[in-house]
Structure formats: structure tokens, C-alpha cells
Design a protein around this ligand. Structure first.
Ligand code: NAD
Length: 480
């Protein structure tokens, strides 16, 4: 039996347990067993969190940049020291293999270390005019940030939601996903142990719609940061309008991957197949629509299917596992629906499309790596983000048609292309409507690089200096 920590909220410096509150069962997706009971906030808890955050903001905005940097550096060190224990908790809650959760701990540590540097370089600028008048442009922290982090990256999402406001001098009220609370609490604990004042970060859980309505109705909250589906993002953006809260919205995607006849086939397959099935495909930048040129199509399909079939699916705690279960019971049901619809409309299922037989009677939320080919454009999966281990391989004749298909959907998060032609690489970098473009690579996220989308995939960036500036407002001071 693996150790799983006790669960609580962190409100005004107190660990708040159930004590008569409603609770939510946290489930291990690898076997369906209950790991713990999570207390859910009532309105009074949220009011306490709002008041504490307001107080926290008043002190943290005055903290010297070196103090904020020391907290972030300290937390980065503690996360590295605690990597094994934290990775285990995240795998228990979310299902992805330990190798992936260990990388995720490192991602948060890197991001905190990067922000520790950036927060010491948040300079304004002086406008000294030939006439002698002067103005100063300064960046100031926006205030209290309400942040909502989903379950697919149980460590990296809370890390992003906390790191940027803390670097900028804001206070945060974060509601991590109810599916993965202990991972979020481990990230916060590293910050607190590194000296973050307790009123700067409030952590609440609850019924998502109740929490977001309550927090966004408060004038104390000056910014909303949300990662999740476009439908929920749209709803929250509307709520934020009433109080004119600023927003960073990291929403869904439907990643196109253009593969041209001149691509290095083996390298492309060795890179995109593991990337597709990482985290069982529950990744907003997951490659989903493979837009493959005629001449390479048959070989690409064969190579893709062979690699997908070779993946070892199992419990993420088993070191030999390459793909874990899906995060909750809703996801395999969604996969069955999307694949059933695609096949009914004439798509070909090349592999998968079911629960892996080798999982037997295990009650976990497993789904086999699945590959569809020749899927007609009217299939639901050609419009809807599958958010799961399904790749769609479709055949195209030329570059213009491939770009048109890539840009067809209202999403614009990540797009990928594989081609050896340097001039085409430049054309694609300009033509693809996406916040992030990977040319002959799937490495599109890094601490120093802005992460975010265009169109229905949202607006604003996390990571990079852009992530910190998104938690700041600009003021111009004029001297007569
Ligand atoms: P969902 O849309 O119900 O929830 C997505 C996330 O939003 C969850 O973390 C949830 O707690 C939160 N949420 C939902 N309603 C909310 C509200 N009213 N106020 C505040 N937060 C709210 O879907 P789900 O079944 O949990 O996840 C599946 C879908 O979510 C996928 O299809 C995918 O598009 C999307 N998703 C996207 C990301 C991402 O990284 N962009 C991450 C997780 C989920």
C-alpha cells in the first residue's frame, strides 16, 4: 500500500480539514480505489481566503525582489530534493508513469528558478524628453489572482499558477483540480517551507462552479488565470467581465502535425509517437491530427501503428510502464464515443479502440493507444479535442491543402511540422495559426518561452517573462 498524504485546504495559514464540510473522494485511476477524502470549501471559507489574500498582497507587493527570488529559488531546491516522494503522489492521483511525474517536478523547479531571475529584472522605463519633461513607466503587481489549475499536469499546472503571481508580487487564491489535490499541496508546501508568507497563497477546493462564481464576484480579485476546456474558459471569461478582471486563458487545442514527403520518417515517428501517448494523450498540446503527404502516408501509418502497439500500458508506479491509465472514468467513455463515431462515418481503426485486454478485471481507467486513418471531416473527432490516446492519420496531396486543414479549426494552441526543406519550414512557421509551432521537434515548452494559444485556445501566456508581466499592470507617472 503506497503512502498517500492527508488532504486539507490552506486558508489564512491554517490547514483546514473536513470538520463537517462536504468532501470529495480522490480516486487512484490505476485501480479505482479511494485514496482520500478532500474537504470542499463553503462560502465562509472563500471569504476568509479572500480577506487573507488581500492582506497578503499588501505585504508581498512591498517585499524586495531579492526576497521573492529567494523564496522561488528555495522552493526549486526543495522540489528537487523531494522529487521522488512528490512524483509518487502525482502518479497515484493522476496515473501517468513515474518517469513523467519526475520530469514534471523538474519542470516546476526550473520554472521557479527562472522566475526567481526574472522577478529581479522587472524594470520600468524613463521617458526623458528633449523639452525636459519626464514620465516614468512602471509595472506593478495586478493584485489578488484567482487561479484554476486542471488535473492533467497535477504539478506543472499549479506551479505555473503560483510561480508567476509570486514573482510579480501578487497574492494567489488557487483552486487546483479536485482529482489531484495532494500534488498541488506538495508544490505549495515547498514554497511555504522556503519562506513564502502564508497569506500570499490560499489553496481551496470545492465545487468548481461555486468557487469560481464566488471568487470572481469579489472586487478583491483582480485577475483570473484558468487552464481547461474552451467551454469552461468561455463561461469564466464572462464572469470576469462584470468586475473587469484581467484574464489569462489557456484552453483546448487540436494539434495538427504536417508530415511532408521529404521528412526524416524514422526520426519523426520516434519523436511524435511517444509525444502523442505521453500522459495518455491528456495534454492540451498533444499532436492529434496528422496531416500526411501522399508519398509517405503508407509508411507513416505502418510505422505509427507498430510503435503504438509496442507501448507498455499499465500502472504508472510500475517502472516498466510507458502509458498509464486515463485520469478519470469520463475519459475512456469519451474515447469510445469518438472512435465509434469516426468508424461509423467510414474512418479506419488501425489499432486500439478499446480497453487493453491485458488489464483484465482491473478497475482502472485504461485505454489502448489508438490510431484512426482516413477519417472523414464530418466526424466528431475532427472538430472535438479528444484529450486522450487517439491519433488521426489523414492523407493530403500538397502544402496548401495541408496548411488549410491545419488552420481549419477554431483552435490555435500547438502545431507541428516535419520537413527537410528550409524554405518550407519558414513558410510554415508564418502560415500556421498557433501560439506555439514545432518544426522537426515536439519540444515546444520551456521555462523561458511563452506558452499559450490564439483563437479559441485562449489568450495570454504562461512561462517566459510574458508569464510574469501577465500578472502586472502598467502605470505611467508624469512629472511637471
Ligand atoms: P471540464 O471542462 O469539466 O473541466 C476542465 C477543468 O476545468 C477541470 O480542472 C475543472 O475542475 C475545471 N472547471 C470546470 N468547471 C469549472 C468552473 N465552473 N469554474 C472553475 N473551474 C472549472 O472537463 P474534464 O472532464 O475535467 O476535462 C476534460 C476536458 O477538459 C478535455 O476535453 C480538455 O479539453 C479540457 N482540459 C484541458 C486542459 C488543458 O491543459 N488545456 C486540462 C484539463 C482539461
Amino acid at each position: 500500500m503506497s503512502a498517500y498524504p492527508s488532504l486539507y485546504m490552506l486558508i489564512d495559514g491554517n490547514r483546514v480539514g473536513a470538520n463537517g464540510r462536504r468532501t470529495h473522494a480522490v480516486i487512484n485511476p490505476a485501480d479505482g480505489a479511494t485514496l482520500g477524502e478532500l474537504p470542499l470549501a463553503d462560502p465562509a471559507d472563500l471569504d476568509t481566503a479572500l480577506a487573507a489574500a488581500q492582506r497578503g498582497f499588501r505585504t508581498w507587493r512591498e517585499a524586495p525582489a531579492a526576497t521573492r527570488a529567494a523564496v522561488l529559488h528555495g522552493a526549486a531546491r526543495l522540489l528537487e530534493e523531494r522529487k521522488d516522494a512528490i512524483a509518487r503522489i502525482a502518479t497515484l492521483e493522476q496515473g501517468k508513469p513515474l518517469a513523467e511525474t519526475r520530469i514534471e517536478v523538474g519542470m516546476v523547479a526550473n520554472l521557479f528558478a527562472f522566475y526567481a531571475g526574472e522577478c529581479q529584472r522587472l524594470y520600468g522605463r524613463a521617458l526623458v524628453r528633449p523639452t525636459g519633461t519626464r514620465s516614468t513607466v512602471v509595472h506593478e503587481p495586478v493584485g489578488v489572482v484567482a487561479a484554476f489549475a486542471p488535473w492533467n499536469f497535477p504539478l506543472a499546472n499549479p506551479g505555473r499558477k503560483l510561480g508567476a503571481p509570486i514573482a510579480a508580487g501578487c497574492a494567489v487564491i488557487m483552486k487546483p483540480a479536485e482529482e489531484t489535490p495532494a500534488s498541488a499541496l506538495a508544490v505549495v508546501q515547498a514554497l511555504l517551507d522556503a519562506g513564502l508568507p502564508t497569506d500570499v497563497a490560499q489553496i481551496v477546493f470545492g465545487v468548481p462552479d461555486e468557487v469560481s462564481r464566488h471568487l470572481l464576484a469579489s472586487p478583491i480579485v483582480r485577475k483570473l488565470s484558468f487552464t481547461g476546456s474552451t467551454a469552461v474558459g468561455r463561461h469564466l471569461a464572462r464572469l470576469a467581465t462584470d468586475n473587469m478582471q484581467r484574464t489569462t486563458m489557456e484552453l483546448g487545442g487540436h494539434g495538427p502535425v504536417l508530415v511532408f514527403d521529404d521528412a526524416d520518417l524514422a526520426r519523426a515517428l520516434d519523436t511524435v509517437v511517444p509525444h502523442k501517448f505521453r500522459n495518455a494523450g491528456q495534454v492540451c498540446v498533444s499532436p492529434t491530427r496528422f496531416i500526411v503527404q501522399d508519398g509517405i502516408f503508407a509508411a507513416f501509418c505502418d510505422g505509427f501503428v507498430a510503435r503504438a502497439r509496442a507501448l507498455r500500458v499499465g500502472d504508472g508506479l510500475d517502472h516498466t510502464t510507458q502509458m498509464g491509465p486515463m485520469a478519470n472514468a469520463r475519459r475512456p467513455e469519451a474515447m469510445d464515443r469518438l472512435i465509434g463515431d469516426a468508424v461509423a462515418r467510414g474512418g479506419r481503426l488501425l489499432t486500439g479502440g478499446r480497453r487493453p485486454a491485458e488489464m483484465g478485471a482491473n478497475a482502472g481507467f485504461y485505454y489502448a493507444p489508438s490510431v484512426l486513418a482516413d477519417v472523414p471531416i464530418d466526424a466528431a473527432i475532427m472538430q472535438e479535442e479528444p484529450f486522450g490516446p487517439i491519433a488521426i492519420l489523414n492523407r493530403f496531396a500538397d502544402e496548401d491543402a495541408m496548411i488549410a486543414e491545419a488552420n481549419r479549426l477554431p483552435y490555435g494552441l500547438a502545431a507541428y511540422a516535419w520537413t527537410a526543406d528550409a524554405r518550407r519550414q519558414h513558410r510554415l512557421a508564418r502560415a500556421l495559426e498557433a501560439g506555439m509551432v514545432g518544426i522537426n521537434t515536439t519540444m515546444i515548452a520551456a521555462a523561458d518561452s511563452p506558452f499559450g494559444g490564439v483563437k479559441w485556445s485562449g489568450h495570454g501566456s504562461e512561462d517566459g517573462i510574458e508569464g510574469v508581466l501577465a500578472c502586472m499592470v502598467t502605470k505611467a507617472v508624469h512629472e511637471g
